[in-house]
Write a protein that binds this ligand. Structure first.
Ligand SMILES: Cc1cc2nc3c(=O)[nH]c(=O)nc-3n(C[C@H](O)[C@H](O)[C@H](O)COP(=O)(O)OP(=O)(O)OC[C@H]3O[C@@H](n4cnc5c(N)ncnc54)[C@H](O)[C@@H]3O)c2cc1C
Length: 439
């Protein structure tokens, strides 16, 4: 689906309740009361749309990218929180039972206890939900526990707000708007059900099995999985999947990993994975034959359809994984465009697939530049970070103007690389990037 169409669908979904209230033809109240209702309705619509921006829907993340999807999700959650927090404070109308001459409750607000209590509970829970997501690591929860709490918490908040809106909302007395709210709420719940019920069932139809696990660098592993009883996954080089190894298809134990193999190299999937937390530290104990499940492909770090005359890849550490998949695919396709890779690491032992990179340099003509910031005494490559200076040395003006730049690595490296490229005049549309965390 076209990204512009996605934005239009999003705006339609979020603005529909406001629009219906607008055309509902109720006599206007004070500006503050209207602002209060508007803020509440907008906050609720944004919250419901957040369920679709969870990053799990390929139609969205494969079009606008995972980074953009998650940035939107975070930004909009904060906006909804701000609107929800001011919503009760803006009201000027008195809280009273509706008078006989005011059956539409235009001049009074409901004191229906359940309506007020549900609104209050949602008002208290929403900041907790957002704060726990913003400062997830401080919460001390396992990622999977946090994810479950986040999903269930969001569903609870949405349910409370729905009750509050239908019972205390002045505009929601209109049956059409009430049905729209219920419809949007059902869309949100269906999206949760799709992720937690339908997807596991689909994954069960296409199981995978661990083919090999091998150590390929300092705390870095290469994991290969093979399809069991099906043809495998249709994906594009550079995409990623949520991978679940050794747990049931419905388990929340799944992590996002970029595919480092190329689609044309066969139906097995390869991953380059760095030890970081509770799952990745157990990679060395995984034995071939272990059942695995894959949800994907996701992400838009892909070069199909890109017509730039050259391709520049800038990788930091394990960020090499998707970029290696892209290089491998370009080699398979005998793509004649020039390619260059800057590959930065802390120490030499972290460089992975070094021989293969040298082969790519010889056979495909890829210019490979290694950078280490803790190099050994006999190191002849670049010393230091993969920084602005290095990028400027490797890429000249014409490359900056015309090539496609693909970045993947630690946040600080990505920021420096993006700033340098933009500063050197690389148009934003010629930069593709993917982050491995969304903090
Ligand atoms: C799009 C994408 C592609 C990635 N590709 C690679 C790759 O090719 N190689 C690689 O080594 N790492 C990759 N990562 C990072 C990798 O997902 C984490 O290092 C891994 O999930 C850590 O899991 P853990 O259980 O060992 O650690 P934990 O202690 O559970 O998690 C450590 C951190 O990893 C992140 N994380 C964990 N689980 C998830 C999840 N289900 N969804 C999103 N983030 C999660 C969180 O930021 C968390 O704080 C990628 C991440 C993303 C978002």
């Amino acid at each position: 689906m076209n990204p512009r169409l996605l934005i239009l669908i999003y705006l339609f979904m979020v603005l529909l309740p406001l629009g219906l209230s607008w055309v509902g033809g109720r006599p206007p109240r004070s500006v503050w009361d209207e602002l209060a209702s508007g803020a509440g309705m907008l906050a609720f619509a944004i919250i419901l749309a957040e369920f679709l921006l969870s990053g799990r829907f390929r139609a969205i993340s494969a079009r606008i990218g995972m980074d953009v999807t998650m940035r939107f999700h975070q930004l909009l959650a904060r906006s909804a929180l701000a609107l929800a927090l001011v919503h009760p404070y803006l009201y000027r109308a008195p809280f009273n039972p509706p008078h006989p001459w005011d059956v539409t409750r235009q001049l009074t607000l409901s004191t229906d206890v359940a309506g007020i209590v549900t609104g209050f509970l949602a008002w208290m829970l929403l900041p907790a939900l957002v704060l726990l997501a913003v400062d997830r690591e401080q919460g001390g929860f396992r990622y999977e526990t946090w994810r479950l709490m986040h999903g269930l918490g969001a569903a609870l908040v949405a349910g409370l707000i729905l009750y509050h809106t239908l019972n205390s909302g002045r505009y929601s007395q209109d049956p059409i708007l009430a049905r729209v709210w219920i419809g949007l709420f059902l869309v949100a719940l269906t999206s949760l059900a799709f992720i937690y019920l339908v997807k596991p069932a689909l994954k069960r139809q296409s199981p995978w099995v661990v083919d090999a696990v091998q150590s390929i660098g300092l705390n870095i592993w290469e994991l290969t999985i093979a399809p069991r009883g099906h043809k495998g996954l249709r994906y594009q080089a550079g995409q990623f999947v949520w991978l679940n190894v050794g747990s049931s298809a419905a388990s929340l134990n799944e992590n996002p990993f970029s595919i480092s193999s190329a689609p044309k190299s066969g139906n097995k999937l390869q991953f380059i994975i760095k030890e970081l937390g509770d799952f990745t530290r157990t990679l060395g104990q995984i034995v071939p034959g272990t059942q695995a499940y894959v949800d994907g492909p996701h992400g838009n770090l892909v070069i199909s359809g890109r017509t730039e005359p050259g391709i520049a890849l800038i990788a930091g550490g394990v960020g090499i994984a998707p970029l290696l998949g892209i290089l491998r695919q370009l080699h398979h396709d005998k793509d004649t465009r020039p390619t260059a890779l800057i590959y930065g690491n802390r120490v030499e032992a972290q460089i992975v697939c070094r021989d293969e990179l040298e082969t790519l340099a010889c056979e495909h003509g890829t210019k490979i530049v290694h950078a280490l910031y803790e190099p050994p005494a006999d190191w002849t490559g670049h010393v230091g970070m993969c920084d602005a200076d290095l990028i400027r040395r490797v890429f000249g003006r014409s490359e900056m103007r015309q090539w496609l730049f693909i970045l993947c690595g630690p946040p600080i490296m990505m920021e420096v690389a993006e700033e340098t490229l933009i500063g050197m005049g690389v148009p934003a549309r010629q930069i593709l990037s993917e982050r491995f965390n969304y903090e």
